[in-house]
Ligand binder design. Structure first.
Ligand SMILES: Cc1ncc(COP(=O)(O)O)c(C=O)c1O
Length: 343
């Protein structure tokens, strides 16, 4: 294994030793395989390549100060994958199989779990693809489910910082009754152009409004949005956003910290009233928001008063990270502890 510079990892791809796989044919899933092969043999007519029959997930495992390894909320990722499977007419992976494969792939690649001090983590990427050769638009008969892992760096290199975002009125990420609430490849391909335009204009990411009325905040790139005001955590309720596991966890932590939680429509104009706001997801936990611009309407919502993350975002972030690292009690059974002490 080449020496890994744990302190300078990006959110990219570094090869590890093993990935785990299973295959679906004739109505059943095969035994789980462990392989060193990074390639997937795939037919050029496979349904995932043409019609996007693909579902994926993203979760993390952490090396903790007590020497143990913890995987965060993997049952929730299993359940979300099942809901994507139902929407894309793909066979479901049971929670039991998903968790067994997740634990196994982390253990097999224990030496790639970054040290606690680096702030980095082992990212797990489960993916499910339809593999049947067919040019007809219909669900595949065969599928492969794979979980690979790769070490990824902390999102904030220079520490927790607040960023600027831009509302994209000329693009929608997903339609209200479309696939926005599922984690499938097409949603991300469809968001790349808006993301590119936002980044080229110097923003950390793009905001989407609801596609039907263009009135309410939907999502913030590949993250959910929340705002804080009057001791309340406010987050959009929309059919076209991905149900973020980070957001769900932050809502619980907010309640535990004595905040109120409101999940409801958030009109764009309400942005002017938030004392703090953030984008949330597995990659960053919370990416605090400094300012949100609506270029077409010439509006700018300055959220942070001093350009820095607010105290409630900081408290939510710290509590969340401490639960992931086993520093604060896991009151809701979110973490799975793996006993891997050896390097
Ligand atoms: C579109 C989108 N929204 C929100 C999220 C955040 O979800 P989670 O907190 O489960 O990572 C993600 C990332 O997974 C995403 O891709």
């Amino acid at each position: 294994m080449e020496k890994i510079d744990w302190n300078n990892l990006k959110f990219g791809y570094i090869p590890t030793d093993y990935n785990v796989r299973c295959h679906y044919a004739n109505g059943e899933w095969s035994d789980i395989e462990e392989t060193r092969d990074e390639m997937i043999p795939i037919h050029m007519a496979a349904s995932c390549l043409h019609y996007g029959q693909e579902a994926f997930e993203g979760l993390k495992a952490f090396r903790c100060p007590d020497g143990k390894v913890r995987i965060f909320r993997m049952e929730d990722n299993a359940k979300r994958l099942q809901s994507t499977c139902r929407a894309l007419v793909m066979p479901e992976i049971s929670t039991e199989r998903f968790c067994e494969m997740a634990k196994r792939v982390v253990k097999l690649n224990a030496k790639f779990i970054p040290p606690y001090e680096s702030g980095a983590a082992l990212y797990l990427r489960p993916l499910l693809i339809g593999t049947t050769p067919d040019v007809g638009v219909k669900p595949a008969k065969e599928y492969s489910f794979i979980i690979f892992v790769t070490p990824v760096g902390p999102y904030f290199k220079g520490g927790f910082a607040a960023n600027n975002y831009v509302i994209m009125r000329q693009y929608d990420r997903a339609a209200p009754l479309g696939t926005g609430r599922y984690k499938c490849a097409g949603n991300y391909a469809g968001s790349l152009l808006a993301g590119k335009i936002a980044h080229e204009a110097g923003y950390a990411g793009e905001f989407y409004l609801d596609a039907k009325e263009k009135k309410y905040i939907d999502e913030c790139g590949a993250a959910n949005f929340f705002g804080i005001k009057n001791n309340t955590y406010v987050t959009p309720n929309s059919l076209s956003i991905l149900p973020s596991i980070t957001n769900k966890s932050l809502q619980q932590i907010a309640l535990d910290l004595g905040l109120k939680v409101e999940q409801r429509e958030v009109p764009e104009e309400e942005l002017a009233t938030f004392e703090e706001a953030g984008a949330c997801g597995t990659a960053a936990v919370i990416s605090p928001i400094n300012r949100i611009d609506d270029m077409e309407r010439g509006l700018s919502y300055q959220i942070s008063k001093d350009g820095k993350p607010g105290p409630i975002c900081k408290k939510l972030y710290d509590t969340y990270r401490n639960i992931q690292y086993g520093i604060e009690p896991d009151r809701y059974g979110w973490v799975t502890v793996l006993d891997i002490t050896e390097e």
